[in-house]
Design a protein around this ligand. Structure first.
Ligand SMILES: [Zn+2]
Length: 314
């Protein structure tokens, strides 16, 4: 069993290694037999081609520290996260999808200029997402060795999960298996936005993963469509399918093959940056024109032109 104070200290110890000039954030993710600490960062290929200033579509080129941990950890189901700063709604959605069960936030993160910059997003969205997903949230005071509950989840709470990832065992990872899974998913999910990937577990066993876009964990399509929204539209409660694939693979301890990820329409700019961060090198797309917004198309062109993400129509 880990000590929450030591785990938080590990995050604090690396926070100044973040290259971000103004927003240095770090996190530790701890679970059965592992503990990883990471900062927010630019994937190397993005940093080299675009630098720190340029956006990819309408997304920054950085991955948040929470995502960096999730994409690094061996398996995230049931893990605990320790963060130097209160989390943003996008990370809250992804953390929930990755199966993290508890979040600890350093008390210093609530000082700074947090309240003026991100306080509302945290209170109104991130915490709602955690409550629905069944994630307990605590403030941690290292010096006093105190843990203050912010959100406690009833032990018998089970979040709704009406569109889980579909997992199938496959023989080997190759082009034929990839195309088969795309064709099968296309037939089953006619007209829906979805993504598929081939992945391996720690023993090299191969799996196919299929997900459609869905609301954050604990929200259901029938009842919650309008409930969770950001006043300026900066965040939505929808989790896009390629992001869901990354988070579910992390949750299950599966490593997605860098050349075997498919999205039925163009992923959002943020998703594409996350895909690069997850080591994906070839992105297969069904409909190259369909996208949530024009920034998705812009990001696809930027990353393809820079040779960072090879785009293939399938
Ligand atoms: Zn975040």
């Amino acid at each position: 069993m880990f000590s929450p104070f030591e785990e938080m200290q590990k995050a604090v110890d690396v926070v100044n290694t973040s290259l971000h000039p103004t927003s240095k954030v770090a996190a530790t993710l701890s679970g059965e037999g592992f503990s990883v600490s990471r900062t927010n960062y630019w994937p190397g290929s993005i940093l080299r081609h675009f630098g720190m200033e340029q956006d990819i579509g309408n997304s920054s080129g950085t991955l948040h520290a929470e995502m960096h941990c999730i994409l690094t950890a061996p398996v995230t189901a049931g893990s605990s996260l320790f963060v130097t700063d209160p989390l943003c709604p996008n990370c809250a959605k992804n953390i929930a999808e990755a199966g993290v069960k508890a979040i600890y936030i350093d008390h210093k993160g609530f000082d700074k200029d947090f309240a003026s910059r991100r306080g509302d997003d945290f209170q109104n969205m991130s915490m709602q997402i955690c409550a629905r997903a069944g994630i307990s949230v605590y403030e941690i005071r290292r010096k006093e060795e105190r843990i203050i509950p912010i959100l406690e989840i009833a032990p018998d709470y089970a979040p709704a999960n009406d569109a889980p990832v579909i997992i199938s065992a496959i023989g080997t990872i190759d082009r034929a298996a990839f195309l088969d899974l795309i064709a099968e998913s296309r037939a089953n999910l006619q007209g829906e936005k979805f993504a598929v990937a081939l992945a391996r577990d720690g023993n090299g066993k191969a799996f196919g993963l299929t997900v459609k876009s869905h609301l954050a964990v604990g929200y259901t399509k029938r009842e919650d469509r309008a409930e969770l929204h950001h006043p300026q539209g900066k965040y939505t409660c929808i989790l896009e399918p390629a992001n869901r694939l990354l988070m579910n693979a992390a949750r299950l301890g599966l490593k997605i093959d860098p050349a075997c990820l498919y999205a039925s329409t163009v992923p959002t700019a943020r998703e594409q940056v996350n895909l690069v961060g997850a080591g994906i090198s070839i992105l297969s797309i069904g409909d190259m024109v369909q996208a949530r917004d024009e920034f998705s198309i812009m990001a696809m062109r930027q990353l393809a032109d820079a040779g960072i993400l090879k785009i293939e129509q399938v």
